[in-house]
Design a protein around this ligand. Structure first.
Ligand SMILES: [Zn+2]
Length: 411
C-alpha cells in the first residue's frame, strides 16, 4: 500500500465536497476560490496521489491509502442487487461504462441501466459520491483499490461485491435446536362416540393453539434477549413460524411489518407461482411477510425467491390451516405413525381431520392484494418516510408459545 500523504485543510474540504456529490464546476463557489485555484488544487492533489483526474478515483485512492477516512456505515443497512454492487469497485478504479461492459461481458445499454439504478438506489448525484457511499457501506474496499494500484488489474469484482448472504431468518430453525421424537405422540381416545385425538404423552397447554390443533415441539436456542442464535439450518421453527405468521410480523427479525399506506394498512408478501391457489382466487402461503427494511434483502438473497417472485401489498388475508402430517395408530395400538412422509395442507375448517394432525407451519390465504414494483415501493418509502414505514414501534421482545398477544392484528 502507498503511504498516505497528509492532506492540507483546503484539500480535505475539496474532497469533502466531492464526496457530497459536488461537480468540479461547482467547487469554486463552494470553496470560495477562483476556478483557476480549484484547478491547481485538484491537479496537484491528483498528482501527489498519482490518481487520474477522475473525482471517483481520487476519493477511492484517498480512502484506500488512508489519506482520508470517512465514517463507516452498517453494511446490513443497504440492500442492493449484486448486479449493481459489482459496478461500484469498477467506478472506484475509473472504469468507463464501455470498459465495464467489456469487463462484465454485458451490453453497454445493460450496464448503463444498472448504473442508473445504482445511482437512484444510493441517491447519489455523482459517481464520486456513489464510490464514497460504497466505501462507507464496505462495498468498495481497500483490497480492490490497492490491488488495482499495484497491478493495474481489476480482480473478480463479483467476489468483492458479493451480495449479502441470505440473512438467518427469525422463523428458521437453528443448528442446535432439536425436534421432538414422534414417539412422544399418542392417540387419546375420548368418551364413546368421540374420535380419538392426537396428543403428547406428557401434553401441556402450550402444545395446542387456540383452535385446539396440536403443534410440533422443537427446542429453542435463544440469546439473553430472546432471539434465536446459532447457524440457521433448512426448515422452519414451528413455534416461531406460527407466531410470526399469526401476527404478520417480519420473517427476518420479527419486526413490525404492517405498512401504513395513508388510505389503509397492508402487509408486504413476496410470493412465488407455486403458492397461487389452483382456482386463481389468491395465494396460500406459509411464508410470513417482510418489513420494508428487509424486503429487498429477502428478494435478493432468499433461495426460494431466486427463480422469480411477485411482491404483493396484501390488505386482507385469513389464517386458513396448517402444513402438517396426519397420524394413525400403529399395530401395537399404542404408538402412532405418520400416514404420509410429506407435510400437507390441512384446513382448520375440517375439524374432524384436524384431531389427528400434527402442525408444523401456519398457512395464510391472501385474498385481497395488489401486485407492486418492490424496488419502487422501497424507494418511495425512503423518500416519504412517514407514509409507508412500519406503523408500530419495534419490539425486541419475542412472543411466548402458541398464545395470542395484545397487539395481534385480526386475521
Ligand atoms: Zn424486518
Amino acid at each position: 500500500m502507498r503511504t498516505a500523504p497528509a492532506l492540507e485543510e483546503d484539500e480535505s474540504l475539496l474532497l469533502q465536497h466531492l464526496a457530497d456529490g459536488a461537480l468540479l464546476t461547482e467547487l469554486p463557489a463552494l470553496l470560495k476560490i477562483s476556478a483557476r485555484k480549484v484547478s491547481t488544487l485538484y491537479g496537484k492533489l491528483c498528482d501527489r496521489l498519482r490518481a487520474p483526474r477522475k473525482p471517483a478515483v481520487l476519493l477511492a485512492i484517498c480512502y484506500a491509502t488512508g489519506a482520508a477516512q470517512p465514517a463507516m456505515l452498517d453494511p446490513s443497512d443497504i440492500a442492493m442487487p449484486a448486479t449493481e454492487r459489482e459496478l461500484l469497485p469498477l467506478m472506484a478504479v475509473g472504469m468507463t461504462l464501455k470498459g465495464m461492459a467489456q469487463h462484465l461481458g454485458l451490453s453497454r445499454g445493460m450496464v448503463e441501466r444498472r448504473a442508473q439504478s445504482l445511482m437512484e438506489n444510493l441517491q447519489a448525484k455523482t459517481w464520486a459520491q456513489a464510490v464514497h457511499l460504497g466505501w462507507q457501506y464496505q462495498i468498495v474496499t481497500a483490497d480492490v483499490v490497492t490491488a488495482w494500484l499495484r497491478t493495474g488489474a481489476i480482480g473478480d469484482t463479483a467476489s468483492d461485491a458479493r451480495p449479502a448472504r441470505s440473512p438467518a431468518l427469525y422463523i428458521q430453525a437453528r443448528e442446535a435446536e432439536v425436534a421432538e421424537t414422534s414417539r412422544a405422540l399418542c392417540l387419546v381416545r375420548g368418551r364413546s362416540g368421540e374420535l380419538p385425538v392426537l396428543s403428547y404423552w406428557d401434553q401441556t397447554a402450550d402444545d395446542r393453539d387456540e383452535q385446539g390443533t396440536l403443534w410440533a415441539r422443537h427446542s429453542e436456542v435463544l440469546s439473553h434477549s430472546g432471539r434465536p442464535v446459532g447457524p440457521a439450518v433448512p426448515g422452519r421453527h414451528p413455534i416461531r413460524q406460527f407466531n410470526t405468521m399469526r401476527r404478520q410480523r417480519c420473517r427476518v427479525g420479527f419486526c413490525p411489518a404492517r405498512l401504513d399506506l395513508g388510505k389503509g394498512h397492508a402487509h408486504l408478501y413476496l410470493v412465488t407461482a407455486n403458492e397461487l391457489l389452483p382456482d386463481g382466487s389468491g395465494y396460500r402461503t406459509v411464508e410470513p411477510p417482510t418489513c420494508i427494511d428487509h424486503a429487498l434483502l429477502c428478494a435478493e438473497t432468499e433461495p426460494r425467491l431466486q427463480d422469480g417472485y411477485t411482491a404483493l401489498l396484501v390488505s386482507t388475508s385469513t389464517i386458513s390451516g396448517v402444513l402438517g402430517k396426519r397420524f394413525a395408530p400403529l399395530d401395537d395400538g399404542i404408538n402412532v405413525g405418520a400416514t404420509r412422509d410429506e407435510r400437507e395442507f390441512h384446513p382448520y375448517a375440517d375439524r374432524d381431520a384436524m384431531r389427528s394432525v400434527l402442525a408444523y407451519q401456519l398457512a395464510r390465504d391472501l385474498t385481497s392484494y395488489k401486485p407492486i414494483d418492490l424496488r419502487r415501493l422501497v424507494r418511495a418509502s425512503f423518500q416519504t418516510a412517514p407514509l409507508s414505514r412500519p406503523s408500530a414501534p419495534r419490539s425486541s421482545r419475542p412472543p411466548g408459545r402458541l398464545k395470542s398477544h395484545p397487539s395481534d392484528q385480526p386475521a
